[in-house]
Write a protein that binds this ligand. Structure first.
Ligand code: AHG
Ligand code: MN
Ligand code: MN
Length: 342
C-alpha cells in the first residue's frame, strides 16, 4: 500500500501570504517613490542591518558588559547609556558610507554630521535618528527602540548641516524599530504604514502587515502621570474626564513602545509640557516628527498642543515639543480640553 505523503503546507508565513522581505518591499516601492541611485532603498537597507545588529546586542545585554551608563551626559543633559553610544555608532557607520547621504543627525551627537565629499547643491538625503529610545528601560529589560526620519537634502540651505531643519511634513520616509519580544519595524514612505518582523532564523525582516490603520477610537491614555501636578490645566481636566469615563492607563516609559501600542490598539499618547520640561521632553526632529508621520499615515492625528506637529518649522536640531498623538477622535477629545483651558 502506498504510504500517503503528507504535503500539508507548513503553518506560519508560508501558509497565509507571499513572503515579502523589507528588501523586496523597497523594490515594490521604487515604482512609486522616485529614488535616483536607489539611495532611499540603500538607506532603508542600512537601517535594517543596524536594527539587526542593535537587536543582537540587546538580546545579549546582560551577558556582555554593555548595560549601565557611561558616567557622562549627552547634549540632552541626560546620562548616556553604553548602549546609546553603541547603537549610535552602528547607525553612523552603516549610514555614513554611502554617497547620496548628505547629513546624519542623532540624539546622541551635539551637531549634525555632514558627510564629506558631497557638494551642497547635490541631490541626496538627510537621515535623523534616535538610536536608542527608552534607554531608561535597558537595565530592566523593558521595551526600547530606534526612531528614524528621512528628508531630502535641501539644496537651498546655506550650510549643508541646516538642511535637517525642515518641517516634518517634508519627510520622505519615517519609522521605528521596536526591540520587544520580537523585533518589529514600522515604516512609511508616504503611502501608508507597513509592518515587518525580524525572522532571526533567516536574518530578514518579513512584511506581516500592509496599510496599517489606527483604530478611530480607543479608551486608553498613555502619559507619565507622575508629572500630573505640573501639567497645564487642560491636560489635567482631560485626565479627570478620562478617569471618570472608564479609560485605562498604559505607559511603557519608551515612546516607541507606547506609540506602537497606540497605533495597533488605538487611544492617545501624550507628553505634555511640565515644570521640568516647559517645551515638553520629546525631541521634535527625531522623535515627534517621525512618529507624527507614521500616525497620520495610519489615519490618526499628531499635535503639539493644538498645532499639527508636521507643520512646525524647526529652528534647532535638539528642540523639544509637547506631543499629543493617536486615534483622531481621542486626540480631538484632548484638544477640546486644551482649547477650553486656553
Ligand atoms: P530617550 O531614551 O531616547 O532619551 O527617550 C526617552 C523618552 C521617550 O522614550 C519616553 O516617551 C520618555 O522619554 C519617557 O519620559 P519619562 O521617563 O519622563 O516619562
Ligand atoms: Mn527617545
Ligand atoms: Mn535615545
Amino acid at each position: 500500500m502506498n504510504a500517503s505523503v503528507d504535503l500539508a503546507v507548513p503553518t506560519g508565513i508560508l501558509a497565509d501570504a507571499d513572503i515579502v522581505t523589507l528588501q523586496s518591499h523597497m523594490l515594490e516601492e521604487k515604482r512609486r517613490v522616485a529614488d535616483p541611485g536607489d539611495t532611499l532603498s540603500w538607506i532603508i537597507s542600512a537601517l535594517s542591518i543596524s536594527a539587526k545588529i542593535i537587536s543582537a546586542q540587546l538580546r545579549r545585554a546582560g551577558l556582555d558588559n554593555v548595560l549601565g551608563s557611561l558616567g557622562n551626559q549627552n547634549v540632552q543633559g541626560e546620562d548616556q547609556q553604553k548602549l546609546d553610544v553603541i547603537a549610535n555608532n552602528v547607525l553612523m557607520r552603516a549610514l555614513g558610507a554611502r554617497e547620496g547621504v548628505m547629513v546624519l543627525a542623532s540624539e546622541e551627537a551635539d551637531e549634525p554630521v555632514v558627510i564629506a565629499g558631497n557638494r551642497a547643491d547635490e541631490r541626496g538625503y538627510c537621515v535623523l535618528f534616535d538610536p536608542l529610545d527608552g534607554s531608561s528601560n535597558l537595565d530592566v529589560c523593558g521595551g526600547v527602540g530606534t526612531i528614524f526620519s528621512i528628508l531630502r537634502h535641501d539644496r537651498r540651505s546655506t550650510r549643508i548641516a541646516d538642511s535637517v531643519l525642515q518641517p516634518g511634513a517634508r519627510q520622505v520616509a519615517a519609522g521605528y524599530v521596536l526591540y520587544g519580544p520580537s523585533t518589529v519595524m514600522v515604516l512609511t514612505t508616504g503611502a501608508g504604514v507597513d509592518m515587518f518582523v525580524l525572522d532571526t532564523a533567516i536574518g530578514a525582516f518579513i512584511r506581516i502587515a500592509r496599510g496599517l490603520r489606527i483604530p478611530e477610537t480607543g479608551a486608553t491614555y498613555s502619559l507619565n502621570e507622575g508629572n500630573r501636578a505640573s501639567f497645564p490645566a487642560g491636560y489635567r481636566a482631560y485626565l479627570d474626564w478620562a478617569q471618570a469615563n472608564g479609560y485605562s492607563s498604559r505607559y511603557a516609559g519608551a515612546m516607541v513602545a507606547d506609540v506602537h501600542r497606540t497605533l495597533l490598539k488605538g487611544g492617545v499618547f501624550l507628553y505634555p509640557p511640565t515644570q521640568k520640561a516647559p517645551q515638553g521632553k520629546l525631541r521634535l526632529l527625531y522623535e515627534a516628527s517621525p512618529m507624527a508621520m507614521i500616525i497620520e499615515q495610519a489615519g490618526g492625528q499628531a499635535l503639539a498642543g493644538t498645532q499639527r506637529i508636521l507643520d512646525i518649522q524647526p529652528t534647532a536640531l535638539h528642540q523639544r515639543t509637547p506631543v499629543l498623538l493617536g486615534s483622531s477622535a481621542e486626540v480631538a477629545g484632548v484638544a477640546e480640553f486644551l482649547d477650553r483651558a486656553d
